[in-house]
Design a protein around this ligand. Structure first.
Ligand SMILES: [Fe+2]
Length: 384
């Protein structure tokens, strides 16, 4: 198996897992901490925020709640959050929810300590100051943001979703409590779960994949293949939810090291230019990009097919690799996810701009198959 001769592996986040582990939140913060809780209005309504504030109340902690977070968050959400942090004399941050609140929590930490505007920090290595203690609590099983050094901002200037990249924004702790995400609506569970699968597959197959991350990513693929359908179909399946939370976090650990590939390069402008949910865009794009990438990593795509439960014994690597694409198409179908971008609101007239924007992503350069602008245009046309 080809692998990187040189690689770094970092995992600075203390991960706490288990049903009821939200009770440990106060212990993961300093005793005199005054946390800013970053969530969204839906989590208040679902009674999830009150489960978190109850733990802080029991510990006698003064907290402030900030819920001005939208899907595909923008700079305004971050600056409003940083103002609320200062006004509340906060000294710690709790990011609660899906990728958007967790990413906004990270970016509030950047502006609260470093000052200025968040767009000054876009790119790699621009964060100089240490963040306040940051605990992330995922309530969906997709982004893995609770363990990554990335936060993504929708940027009207580039018409893209641009990342802040720094290990300084990796959370100090993450709490994986399946009780907080057991009853996700199928649309949300399915698409966020497919985001996690995309992370694992892109990490496992891209040019920066290494033995440390391969083991974690392939196990995550297997767990998602086994548990995502059940977790979405049955609100009482705590075990499947627990496995999905773990798999999503593991995929996060893997892609925190390796970054991703063409699926994310393409889904970010789709999200920024057409407002499509991140997990949905990835889910639709994933089998199309896998089909394009197959020939660059036949053995690895054959292993993905097997991890997703396909019978590959006796097949050539090529035939087995093709089954990985079929397995992902079937999974999308079972979860009610469309197969083409036009079903998510993407218009043919936007394709050439989408392709040009996608080519700006660093994820294209580490995609396993070399990709030209013409390839990118073809990929978008095929997926439309
Ligand atoms: Fe993602």
């Amino acid at each position: 198996m080809a692998f990187q001769s040189f690689f770094d592996f970092r995992m600075p986040t203390h991960v706490v897992h288990g049903a009821g582990s939200i009770a440990r939140l106060a212990n993961l913060l300093n005793a005199d901490a005054q946390p800013l809780i970053v969530a969204d209005a839906g989590l208040v309504e679902a009674g999830i925020v009150s489960q978190v504030t109850a733990v802080l109340d029991d510990a006698g902690m003064k907290w402030t709640l900030f819920t001005d977070v939208v899907g595909n968050p923008v700079a305004r959400n971050v600056s409003a959050g940083a103002r609320t942090y200062a006004k509340g004399s906060c000294s710690a941050i709790v990011g609660l929810g899906g990728g958007s609140p967790m990413d906004v929590a990270k970016m509030i930490g950047v502006v609260a300590t470093g000052g200025g505007r968040i767009d000054q920090y876009l790119g790699a290595g621009k964060v100089a100051a240490d963040l306040p203690p940051l605990v992330c609590i995922p309530t969906t099983y997709g982004t893995g943001s609770e363990v990554t050094p990335f936060a993504v901002l929708t940027n009207p200037k580039t018409q893209n979703k641009d990342p802040v990249i720094s290990w300084k924004i990796a959370p100090s702790a993450a709490i994986l409590d399946p009780n907080l995400s057991v009853a996700l609506p199928i649309g949300l569970g399915g698409t966020t779960g497919m985001d996690a699968l995309t992370h694992a597959i892109e990490s496992y197959t891209n040019l920066l994949a290494a033995p440390f991350t391969d083991g974690i990513a392939l196990t995550a693929i297997e767990m998602i293949g086994e548990h995502l359908r059940v977790a979405c179909a049955n609100d009482h399946e705590t075990e499947a939810t627990e496995q999905m939370l773990l798999a999503s976090c593991m995929a996060g650990v893997a892609f925190a090291q390796t970054r991703l590939g063409n699926v994310h390069a393409m889904s970010h402008p789709v999200g920024a230019q057409f407002g499509v949910h991140h997990g949905l865009a990835n889910a639709v794009l994933l089998p199309h990009v896998m089909d394009f990438n197959l020939q660059s990593r036949l053995g690895k795509f054959a292993q993905i097919a097997s991890a997703l439960g396909e019978q590959t014994e006796g097949l050539s690597d090529y035939d087995a690799a093709c089954l990985s694409v079929e397995a992902v198409r079937q999974l999308n179908d079972d979860l009610g996810i469309p197969s083409m971008l036009k079903e998510t609101g993407v218009k043919a007239s936007g394709l050439s701009k989408l392709a040009r924007t996608a080519m700006q992503s660093g994820n294209v350069t580490i995609n396993p198959r070399k990709t030209t602008l013409a390839d990118m245009q073809t990929l978008f046309r095929t997926a439309l």
